[in-house]
Design a protein around this ligand. Structure first.
Ligand code: PLP
Length: 407
């Protein structure tokens, strides 16, 4: 940890240098959205100053240049998650769109009345509601695996729900409320032994852990750019080529067609079949820069540094009297959710904010989980590799201040 270049890294993030309420900003809302390094901001600026043009359908210089830059990033994403082919990398608006795409297309193609889809109680709404609604529409059964007291997935319970009617398991890599890292490799291997494909919501995974989709053998893996230091409005759906080939398109329009006649239409090849309309080219440029930035630091180094931050925060915060940590799984990503006695998370978060520290409060778009836990929500501090132990000390001091105010 001592040789992790955190000072140098912090200097790459202009927003971190500012003061809020006359205090240095401490940004612990990284699970909601990460900040952007200068390299990402510069890449977007460069795109508009030198390359801006609609892609894929022009013969002129700028269009060819922008298309090449866009497809270059697809190659970078392929390498980043170690997909077999760029045909398996689809650019979307974000994890939510990726998840809706699969729920909609997979549901139409494979889910019949009486079939079953399994998800878990710790899912973000975006990996819960699309499956729930698709199951309602198609007369399928929507099954939800539970958790134990530490916030770890009930893996045996999930396995027990798999049967010959199961069409798909959709679960998160990392819980955005509990921080739990799910044993996805084990679940994927079990599911495949029963011929069930698995979708992984990697929105909270890909920014913290090295991801190798071939090694995981997952069938789909989704993530958002803005949670991995890239801009908002860009995301990725990885899918195994053979599966994607079988799925119907999600949206219709330009770019996703091959030929259109009055009486029928033929569709483009992968990945373009799933990229209808003018894409978010600037977002893709930013995503490419973010991936290069992460690769430069190294995902293994990031994971190790953040694991140390989590350990430090867990020890320091557990010492606070009356704190209740929500999510104490053995394998966790770098976030802590907590409650302070009977103090409402919103009140705690508001005071912490006035001390210059950005934390998130509420149900974190995981209402079924919050209801199960019978809590009003949590205060969540989520760490990135630009955060420091000194900032965590400040958070601890702020929590003590909140407690004092309410005592
Ligand atoms: N899945 C998880 C686990 C998340 O934490 C989030 C966002 O917080 C999402 C999906 C949705 O991501 P987005 O809003 O970027 O589409």
């Amino acid at each position: 940890m001592s040789n992790f270049p955190v000072d140098k890294i912090r200097s790459d993030f202009p927003i971190l240098a500012q003061q809020v309420y006359k205090r240095p900003l401490i940004y612990f809302d990284n699970a909601a959205s990460t900040q952007k390094p200068r390299q990402v901001i510069d890449a977007i600026r460069h795109y508009y100053e030198y390359d801006n043009c609609n892609i894929h359908r022009g013969v002129h210089y700028l269009s060819v240049k922008a298309t090449e830059a866009y497809e270059e990033v697809r190659r970078d994403v392929r390498e980043f998650v170690n997909a077999k082919s760029t045909r398996e990398i689809i650019f979307t608006k974000g994890a939510t769109e990726s998840l809706n795409l699969v729920a909609c297309s997979f549901g139409r193609r494979y889910v019949q009345p009486g079939d079953e889809v399994i998800t878990t109680i710790m899912e973000h709404h975006s990996n819960f509601v699309p499956w729930q609604q698709m199951c309602f529409e198609r007369g399928a059964k929507f099954r939800v695996a539970g958790i134990n007291a530490a916030g770890e997935l009930d893996v045996d319970g999930l396995k027990a729900q798999v049967n010959e009617k199961t069409r798909l398991i959709a679960l998160t890599h990392v819980s955005n409320v509990l921080g739990t890292i799910n044993p996805i490799r084990e679940i994927i291997a079990f599911a495949h032994a029963h011929n069930v494909p698995v979708l992984i919501d990697g929105a909270q995974g890909v920014s913290h852990l090295p991801v190798d989709v071939q090694e995981l053998d997952c069938d789909f893996y989704c993530f958002s750019g803005h949670k991995m230091y890239a801009p908002m409005g860009i995301g990725v759906l990885y899918g195994k080529e053979a599966l994607l080939e079988e799925l119907p398109p999600y949206q219709m329009g330009g770019e996703m067609i091959k030929d259109v006649f009055v009486d029928h239409t033929t569709f483009n090849e992968l990945p373009f079949k799933f990229e209808a309309g003018t894409p978010n080219v600037e977002g893709v440029m930013g995503l490419g820069a973010a991936i290069r930035y992460l690769k430069n630091i190294g995902m293994e180094n990031i994971a190790a540094y953040e694991a140390d931050l989590l350990k430090y925060a867990t020890v320091k915060m557990s010492e606070i009297e009356g704190i209740r940590m929500i999510g104490t799984a053995k394998h966790k990503a770098s976030l802590v959710s907590f409650l302070l006695g009977k103090i409402h998370p919103y009140d705690a978060g508001t005071i912490i904010d006035k001390l210059g520290i950005a934390v998130r409060t509420g149900h974190h778009c995981a209402m079924p989980l919050i209801e199960l836990l019978q809590i009003p929500g949590t205060v969540r501090a989520s760490f990135a590799f630009y955060n420091t132990e000194a900032e965590i000390d400040q958070l601890v001091a702020a929590i003590l201040r909140v407690k004092k105010m309410f005592e």
